[in-house]
Write a new protein. Structure first.
Length: 179
């Protein structure tokens, strides 16, 4: 008997390699796909086009999760506390609109929950939250080499110096939500 209640969340918190690695460790998350959303260029954008900053797309991940195990609210709390939602169009050294903090909602319920979570976590930050909350118009899956990037490239400097500390923060703040 299958008692799954599967939903999808789409978020961007800087480089999608980081957010993908974080959510691959969360209990109830069934699938994480890196991709692009929020742009205005026609057709399926490429990584090279996204990095130019000219398409308007953000690097995002699409999370498929079982709400019987983890709620959308918990997904967003993990998201908001494992990246810096107070820096406009950047995360660390990654700069540009493609690295913006964004929650793309799939329906009005997700929109309402996102607004509540952003307001609640704001009290824990010294600077104002700049996370965009927008409707999801389209999601474009990123190229194959960007999927499971951390798992496949842990020896890379970016992974060691940027992603590994985010995973340590996840484990410290949300140990009860991990696989």
């Amino acid at each position: 008997m299958n008692n799954k209640n599967v939903q999808t969340a789409t978020v961007g918190g800087g480089c999608f390699w980081c957010t993908e690695a974080v959510f691959k460790e969360v209990k109830g998350v069934e699938k994480v796909v890196s991709g692009y959303s929020g742009g205005n260029a026609p057709g399926h954008p490429t990584y090279r086009e996204i990095c130019s900053g000219l398409t308007g797309h953000a690097e995002v991940i699409q999370i498929t999760f079982d709400v019987n195990i983890i709620s959308y609210e918990d997904i967003l709390i993990i998201f908001m506390t494992t990246h810096d939602p107070t820096t406009l169009n950047r995360q660390g050294a990654d700069r540009g609109t493609q690295y913006r903090s964004v929650i793309y909602y799939h329906d009005n319920t997700q929109k309402e929950i996102a607004e509540i979570v952003v307001k609640e976590v704001a009290a824990y930050y010294d600077n104002p939250i700049v996370t965009e909350i927008s409707t999801l118009d389209a999601f474009y899956e990123a190229e194959k080499e960007h999927q499971d990037y951390y798992r496949n490239n842990q020896e890379q400097g970016y992974c060691s110096f940027v992603i590994t500390p985010k995973l340590a923060k996840l484990r410290k703040l949300h140990a009860d939500k991990l696989k």
